[in-house]
Design a protein around this ligand. Structure first.
Ligand code: ADP
Length: 171
């Protein structure tokens, strides 16, 4: 066990990241400034979403490319209970981003459940940056399908992959 784990300065940032957006990256970067180690947990098969556009390994790959430079961020795919994944990594904090009011109800419910399952793991919420507070992966996929420019909202590699996989414009 390293010192960070003993001191409880490890945080998990969970999500489906299908695909990662600049809004996600903003939260991960901010968490990486506060915690010694941030483990980004990529949900393998999200229950809330029927299917994913990108495989878990593809989603992980985009995240890895963008977070490598931070130096204290790991990216891992998981398919267990979030609190078990957190425990496995010695994390005592779950970091979530909160966008406009829409995220609150869901996060409030998840908070109660996770608190019951693991009372010593604390959920920490960061307000979305104003530039990204209406940004979600599903909206990005919709925009890309109809050929809208998403280059300011996602990393370049993601914009390229979305274009290749989704664009109906010019078909
Ligand atoms: P999405 O709702 O975009 O599919 P995820 O399920 O992958 O996102 O979300 C992972 C985490 O990132 C959640 O805590 C979510 O609230 C947060 N998040 C997603 N988009 C943003 C954003 N634009 N700004 C801040 N936090 C965000």
């Amino acid at each position: 066990m390293n010192e960070a784990i003993n001191d409880g300065r490890v945080a998990v940032c969970p999500g489906s990241y299908d695909p990662v957006t600049n809004g996600h990256l903003d939260i991960i970067q901010r968490a990486a400034r506060i915690f010694d180690l941030v483990v980004v947990g990529v949900v393998d098969q999200p229950l809330r979403k029927q299917t994913t556009l990108f495989t878990a390994e593809e989603r992980r790959g985009f995240l890895l490319q963008e977070t490598e430079k931070l130096g204290n961020v790991q990216v891992e795919v998981f398919d267990t209970l979030l609190v078990d994944f957190a425990r496995e990594h010695g994390a005592r904090s779950l970091v979530k981003g909160l966008r406009a009011i829409s995220d609150f109800e869901y996060e409030f419910e998840m908070n109660q459940l996770n608190r019951k399952l693991a009372p010593n793991i604390e959920s920490v919420y960061m307000m979305a940056s104003p530039d990204y507070s209406f940004l979600r992966s599903s909206g990005i996929k919709e925009m890309a399908t109809f050929g809208a420019d998403v280059t300011d909202l996602v990393p370049d590699a993601v914009a390229k992959a979305l274009h290749e996989r989704l664009s109906r414009v010019g078909d």
